[in-house]
Design a protein. Sequence first.
Length: 223
Amino acid sequence: MIKAVNLSKTYKMGEKKVEAVRKANFEVDKGEFFVIEGVSGSGKTTLLYLLGGLDRPSEGTVEIDGQDITRLSENQLAKFRLKNIGFVFQTFNLIPTLNARENVEAAIVPTGMPAAERIERAMNLLKAVGMENRWHHLPGKLSGGEQQRVAIARALANNPKVVLADEPTGDLDTKTGLKIIEMLKELSLNNGQTVIVVTHAPYVAEYATRRAKMEDGVLTFAD
Ligand SMILES: Nc1ncnc2c1ncn2[C@@H]1O[C@H](COP(=O)(O)OP(=O)(O)OP(=O)(O)O)[C@@H](O)[C@H]1O
Ligand SMILES: [Mg+2]
């Protein structure tokens, strides 16, 4: 489902170069629950951005479901992401002027789904993450963990083939975190969705079908 070949990203900061991702080579099958661990600054977010087409690699390619996304124009890429990729940002990135339900709806609007159906879908997604009673709150009135759950609902809005989650349990207590991880795990098991999770939480790794570690831009597999 996902194939990375010599995937690299180098940031240039004046004279200095930061090799955030160095020649990553791997494949992730449909329905896998792939967990990436690593200390702060090791390149985890950069790697997820490359896989999700949110950033362009300096070198190498990313294939999603047979499509080399590094060859797509910005326009094509936006369309491809809409249909195929759900991204849970480390910093949530909710729209501050929209309430929880509207934030989820905003991800659905570009698909052209009729409003009534869209609202129902957004509410069902919020229910799945335990946020149905707070649907009318603006992000600023929600705790970090609650915002995170809305962000997860939004990422799942269009039933993406690939879900990329950057520390989705970072701001959650263990109990809520476990619920979220079990929900993501269920998506991979019952819905065949491919899930990649970046995490620091030891309990998340227990759900993995495969684990890898990021160290100084280098990805190595545990098994
Ligand atoms: N836009 C950027 N410009 C320059 N350097 C960057 C940029 N984004 C990330 N970096 C650098 O690339 C390296 C990897 O960063 P990245 O955010 O991918 O790490 P991370 O593993 O996600 O860390 P954390 O666990 O703190 O989220 C770091 O040294 C970081 O400073
Ligand atoms: Mg990060």
